[in-house]
Write a protein that binds this ligand. Structure first.
Ligand SMILES: [Fe+2]
Length: 261
């Protein structure tokens, strides 16, 4: 069996009503036609499942949600996602972020109304167990450590998919080596600093994350860390590796990148 993993997409619907936001975010708002290239690659790979590592939309609106779902359906493959911070982001008429806790809690149900699940869950596929963890706030829910401890006790090869990279020194060093300006409060799991040592090390075979908008790979003890680039191709040269997807063969656990040359 085969799975395809998509990095951040930041889709924006032509119907989205937040025009001020759109004009500030043109590099993403105008990028969605590139998704048709992704459709071609995915259909050619003919995977059994597609997984988005989150930031499916650039900000939440019903229009952006519906547009993203419509595009994902063009893949003609079952798909799931684990959410990113932008999938929960609300903006106001001036285009500014306006997240308030009570409104954010309503966004989860808005996604679920359209049959898009965002919570922690497990999927077994062939030799692998896919573990989706919601890390969109650069943290995880209070029960995640205990839950991960349980679901990783399997004979399958565990594959963790989550939006925000793990908070460990090797990852911090890697991020700063590419972009010394990156705000580490936001770009690693600052709210779950011991997740790797408590639940991942020696238990998880591969970890896929997004969020950084550049690509990378690290090997730690028995765990491979894949940092997925933007899968959409945005009008910003600084995004290294953008316009690529990852393909994993669940039989031999091999992974390769595919995308524009
Ligand atoms: Fe993100």
């Amino acid at each position: 069996m085969k799975i395809v993993l998509l990095g951040d997409l930041h889709l924006v619907s032509p119907q989205d009503p937040y025009h001020e936001r759109r004009s500030r975010r043109r590099h993403f708002a105008d990028a969605w036609p590139f998704f048709h290239r992704i459709v071609e690659w995915v259909r050619d790979e003919a995977p059994d499942l597609v997984i988005s590592v989150g930031d499916l939309v650039d900000w939440y609106s019903d229009e952006n949600r519906d547009f993203a779902i419509q595009l994902m359906q063009e893949l003609q493959t079952p798909w799931v996602m684990t959410p990113g911070n932008h999938d929960f982001l609300l903006v106001n008429a001036r285009g500014d972020k306006c997240n308030a806790d009570e409104r954010v809690s309503g966004i989860r149900s808005r996604w679920e109304q359209s049959d898009v699940a965002l919570g922690n869950r497990v999927m077994d596929m062939g030799r692998i167990r896919i573990i989706l963890v919601d890390s969109h706030e650069s943290s995880v829910s209070a029960d995640t450590h205990e839950w991960l401890g349980r679901v990783t006790q399997t004979d399958a090869a565990n594959v963790l998919v989550t939006h925000v990279p793990l908070n460990i020194p090797e990852v911090v060093d890697f991020i700063l080596s590419v972009d010394s300006e990156k705000d580490l409060e936001k770009y690693v799991l600052t709210g779950a600093p011991r997740l790797y040592e408590q639940c991942v090390a020696s238990r998880v075979h591969s970890v896929f994350t997004g969020h950084l908008h550049f690509d990378g790979y690290l090997e730690l003890d028995q765990t491979r860390l894949f940092f997925l680039p933007l899968s959409i191709c945005a009008a910003r040269k600084k995004y290294r590796g953008q316009g690529h997807i990852a393909v994993m063969n669940t039989d031999d656990l091999s992974v390769y990148m595919r995308g524009q040359s």
